[in-house]
Design a protein around this ligand. Structure first.
Ligand code: MOS
Length: 744
C-alpha cells in the first residue's frame, strides 16, 4: 500500500461544509408547509395533571393544534414497552402518554403552530393544574434505600468479583486511605440543541432529519412505537453538533414531532431550547467511597470501591463506575459494589466515558492520597502496582503500553523536577501544583456493515449508517477506504447517518473506529477482489498468474507487491470487464478475541495548576496527556478528540455542576450563563502524546477508540495538582473557589 492515507494528519473532509454552513443539521432543513412544535414542560416534580386548558393557546392566530395526554389517548402506540438499542432495564419514559408527572420539566403538551415564535408564545398560555404528591430528589436522603440493580444493563459488566479478603487486608494494612468522593450532576451541553424535522411525504411515509448518535436506533424506535413498517420511516442524521452520549437514545422531541406529523398529516419540526436541554438526561450524582490498603513499600494490598448512583423511578440506568478499580492495578484483595437509589428525576444517560470518568476520578484521587500517606511519588506508586493482566477477567491484555505513557508524559511535563511537598512551589501569590493520574477506558468493538461502490470513472463511494458526532468519522472512514483500494482521498466519498444505509450501531463507547473501520475495509477489499478477478482476465494481463495475496493497491493501480511495472489500473479492469461499477457490501464483527484478551485504551495525565492564594481561583496552566490507543488513524482528528476530553476534564474538575433545588425537584441553573463550562480563557497549554502501541489482536486495523479516554483521569490529575499547590483536598467536584477556601 503506497497511497498511504492512514496515519496522516488529514483535515476533516466535512470541515469546509461545516464552516461554510452548507452542512445541514436536523432543525435546519427547509421543508414546504412546515409546522413548528414547542414543548410545554411540567413545573412540578411528581403527581398528576388535574386539568389542562389549552383554549387560550388554541385561540392564538397561527396555532394549529395543542397536543396533550388527553388528545393523544386515541393515538396508536403499538409497542409501549419498546426499549431502544441502549435503554437500561425498565420502562422508558413516554411523553404525553398519561396524566402522570414523573419528573420536573417533563413534557406535558406540544403546541404546534405556523411558526416557531407563535408556538412558543402560545405555549405560555397553556394552563396546567397539578395534583402534587411528595417527591424525593436528594440522593443523600435516599441513600439508605439504595439497592443492587436486579437486572443488569446490556453492555455494562457487573462490578468485578471479589478477590481474596479485602476487609481483612484493610484491617491489617500498614497504611490505609479511606474516603468518599462525590460526582455531581452534569448535563450534556452540545452546541446543537435537540431537534427533529419530520417530513410527511405525500404517501404518508416519514423522512426524519434527526439529531442522534444512531439513525437506525431512532428508525426502529419510531417504527415500534407507532407501528410503522421499516420501509415507511427513514431517519437521516448527516451532521451532529456534538452529543456526548445524549444522542444515544431517541429523545422525546422525536416522538412528539412524529406524533404531530401523523395527526396533522403535515411536516413538523420540534426543537428544544437551551433551557429544555436540561429536561433530558444527565450524568448521575454519585457517591464513591473507596478504601485502599498498602504496605509501607507501596505494594497495594486491598482495594474496596463502591458507588451509589442516582437513577429514575422507571429505569435502572447503570454505569461501570467501580470496575476500573479491579483492572487498573495489581492487587490481591478487592471488593466492589454498585448500587442505585431512585429519585423523582428523568433517567440519567451516558455522558462521555460514563462510569470511567466517574469511577476513575475517585480511584485516581485516592491513589494520590495513599501516595502521600506512604511518602512515595504518586507515579512510582502506580508503577509499583502495574497490572500485567486483567485481574477482573483473569485475561492477558491485547496490548498495554501504559508504561510508555507514564515515561513519555512525565518526561514532557518535567515531573522529575517536582518537589512533593504541598505548598512548596509558588510564583508570587500563585501557588503552583503538579498532579498526575492514570486513565483507562474500554477498547470495544461491535458489529457493523458497510457498502462500497466503485464506478467506471474511478470514484469510490462508501457508506454505512454510522454517525459523525464531531469525532472525525467521515474523515477516518474515507482514509481507510482510500488506503484499502489505493485511491487518492479526493476520489473517495464516505456517506453516513442514514437508516437506509448498511447497519451500524449507535456512535458511542468510543467503538466507531474499531467497529465501522473494519467493515469499510472489508467492503473495499471485496471490491478489490472482484477487480482483481477482472484484471486477471484481461488479455496478456501482467497479473494473470498472480494470487490476490501477492498484489497491492496503490496510485489507482493493482500491482504485484514489489513489482510496480506489473500493474493494472482499477478503471482499466472495469473497462475490460465492461461493467459500469462494482458494488459490495460487507459485515465485520468481533471474533473470539474478547474471550481470550482484555482490551483497553490507556493514558497518563500530568497537570499543572496555579491557585490564587487569596481568592482560591484555580487555573489549569498545563496538561500533558499521553495516550496508548493502538494505531492512530489520523493524528489530527485523534488529537482533537483528546483535547476535547481534556477540556471537559478541566470543566469537570473546576466548573460543571447542575444544581437541584429540592423544594421544587428541579434543575435550576439551566442556561449556559449559570451552568459553567470552560471558555477559551480557562484553557491554556494542552499537550497530547500518542505513544507507539501495536495491537495485532484487537481488530484488522489495530485501532482503539479515542473519543472518551481524554476525559478519564483528567479531573483527578487536576484535583491532585490542587492538593499539591494548596495542601487542601477537595473530594466533591467541582473544585470551586469556595471549596478551595473552606475550612473543614
Ligand atoms: Mo458515548 S457517552 O457512548 O456517546
Amino acid at each position: 500500500m503506497t497511497t498511504a492515507a492512514i496515519g496522516k494528519p488529514i483535515s476533516r473532509v466535512d470541515g469546509r461544509a461545516k464552516v461554510t454552513g452548507s452542512a445541514k443539521y436536523a432543525a435546519e432543513y427547509n421543508v414546504p408547509n412546515l409546522a413548528y412544535g414547542y414543548i410545554v414542560s411540567a413545573t412540578v416534580a411528581k403527581g398528576k395533571i388535574a386539568r389542562i386548558d389549552a383554549s387560550a393557546a388554541l385561540a392564538v392566530p397561527g396555532v394549529i393544534e395543542v397536543f396533550t395526554h388527553e388528545k393523544t389517548k386515541h393515538l396508536a402506540w403499538f409497542d409501549r414497552s419498546y426499549q431502544d438499542e441502549v435503554a437500561p432495564p425498565g420502562s422508558p419514559f413516554r411523553p404525553l402518554y398519561d396524566d402522570e408527572i414523573q419528573y420536573n420539566m417533563q413534557p406535558v403538551a406540544l403546541v404546534v403552530a405556523e411558526d416557531f415564535g407563535i408556538a412558543r408564545y402560545a405555549a405560555t398560555l397553556v394552563r396546567v393544574e397539578y395534583e402534587r404528591v411528595a417527591f424525593a430528589t436528594d440522593l443523600e436522603q435516599q441513600r439508605a434505600q439504595a439497592y443492587v440493580p436486579p437486572k443488569k444493563r446490556n453492555g455494562i459488566p457487573p462490578p468485578g468479583k471479589p478477590r481474596g479478603d479485602a476487609d481483612a487486608a484493610i484491617a491489617s494494612a500498614e497504611i490505609t486511605h479511606e474516603a468518599e468522593y462525590v460526582m455531581p450532576y452534569e448535563h450534556h451541553n452540545p452546541m446543537e440543541m435537540y431537534g427533529s424535522t419530520v417530513v410527511y411525504e405525500p404517501d404518508g411515509k416519514l423522512t426524519i432529519y434527526e439529531k442522534t448518535q444512531g439513525a437506525p436506533n431512532c428508525q426502529t424506535y419510531v417504527v415500534k412505537v407507532f407501528g410503522y413498517s421499516t420501509g415507511e420511516v427513514r431517519v437521516i442524521s448527516s451532521y451532529v453538533g456534538g452529543a456526548f452520549g445524549s444522542g444515544l437514545r431517541p429523545q422525546h422531541q422525536l416522538l412528539l414531532a412524529v406524533l404531530a406529523a401523523r395527526e396533522l398529516k403535515r411536516s413538523v419540526r420540534v426543537s428544544l431550547t437551551r433551557e429544555q436541554m436540561f429536561s433530558l438526561s444527565y450524568r448521575p450524582y454519585t457517591f464513591l467511597p473507596i478504601s485502599l490498603g498498602a504496605n509501607r513499600d507501596g505494594t497495594l494490598t486491598a482495594i474496596k470501591h463502591s458507588a451509589t448512583a442516582v437513577t429514575s423511578r422507571f429505569e435502572d440506568y447503570q454505569e461501570d463506575d467501580v470496575n476500573w478499580s479491579g483492572a487498573l492495578y495489581k492487587c490481591a484483595n478487592s471488593k466492589f459494589n454498585y448500587e442505585l437509589a431512585q429519585l423523582d428525576l428523568n433517567t440519567p444517560c451516558d455522558m462521555r466515558a460514563p462510569g470511567g470518568a466517574t469511577g476513575m476520578y475517585a480511584l485516581e484521587c485516592a491513589m494520590d492520597e495513599l501516595a502521600y500517606k506512604i511518602g512515595i511519588d504518586p507515579l512510582e506508586l502506580r508503577l509499583k502496582n502495574f497490572a500485567e493482566k486483567d485481574q477482573n477477567k483473569d485475561l492477558p491484555f491485547s496490548s498495554n503500553e501504559l508504561r510508555k505513557c507514564y515515561a513519555q508524559g512525565a518526561e514532557k511535563f518535567g515531573w522529575s523536577k517536582r518537589n512533593p511537598e504541598p505548598r512548596s512551589m509558588r510564583e508570587g501569590n500563585q501557588l503552583i501544583g503538579w498532579g498526575m493520574a492514570t486513565g483507562l477506558w474500554d477498547a470495544q468493538r461491535m458489529k457493523a456493515s458497510a457498502k462500497a461502490l466503485l464506478t467506471a470513472d474511478g470514484k469510490l463511494e462508501v457508506s454505512s449508517a454510522t454517525t459523525d458526532i464531531g469525532t472525525g468519522t467521515y474523515t477516518i472512514m474515507t482514509q481507510i477506504a482510500a488506503e484499502t483500494l489505493g485511491l487518492p482521498m479526493d476520489r473517495v466519498m464516505f456517506r453516513l447517518g442514514d437508516s437506509s444505509m448498511p447497519m451500524a450501531p449507535v456512535e458511542g463507547g468510543s467503538w466507531t473506529a474499531a467497529t465501522v473501520g473494519p467493515a469499510v475495509q472489508a467492503a473495499c477489499q471485496a471490491v478489490g477482489k472482484k477487480l482483481f478477478g477482472y484484471a486477471k482476465k484481461i488479455k496478456g494481463s501482467p497479473l494473470a498468474k498472480a494470487k490476490f495475496e501477492d498484489i497491492e493497491f496503490g496510485d489507482g493501480q493493482m500491482r504485484l507487491k514489489g513489482g510496480a511495472s506489473q500493474s493494472v489500473a482499477l478503471t482499466e479492469a472495469l473497462r475490460h470487464a465492461k461493467v459500469a461499477s462494482i458494488e459490495e457490501e460487507a459485515t465485520a464483527a468481533p471474533g473470539s478475541e474478547a474471550k481470550k484478551y482484555s482490551m483497553y485504551v490507556r493514558s497518563a495525565i500530568f497537570a499543572e495548576v496555579k491557585v490564587d492564594e487569596a481568592f482560591g481561583t484555580v487555573r489549569v496552566t498545563r496538561v500533558v496527556n499521553a495516550i496508548a490507543g493502538g494505531r492512530v488513524l489520523n493524528p489530527k482528528t485523534a488529537r482533537s478528540q483528546i483535547i476535547g476530553g481534556v477540556v471537559w476534564g478541566i470543566g469537570m474538575a473546576l466548573e460543571e455542576e447542575s444544581h437541584l433545588d429540592h423544594q421544587f425537584g428541579r434543575f435550576m441553573n439551566h442556561s449556559l450563563a449559570e451552568y459553567h463550562v470552560p471558555v477559551n480563557a480557562d484553557i491554556h497549554d494542552i499537550e497530547v502524546i500518542f505513544v507507539e502501541e501495536r495491537d495485532e489482536i484487537i481488530n484488522s486495523l489495530g485501532v482503539k477508540g479515542l473519543g472518551e479516554i481524554g476525559i478519564v483521569g483528567t479531573a483527578s490529575a487536576i484535583a491532585n495538582a490542587i492538593y499539591h499547590a494548596t495542601g487542601k483536598r477537595v473530594r466533591d467536584l467541582p473544585i470551586t473557589l469556595d471549596k478551595v477556601m473552606r475550612t473543614e
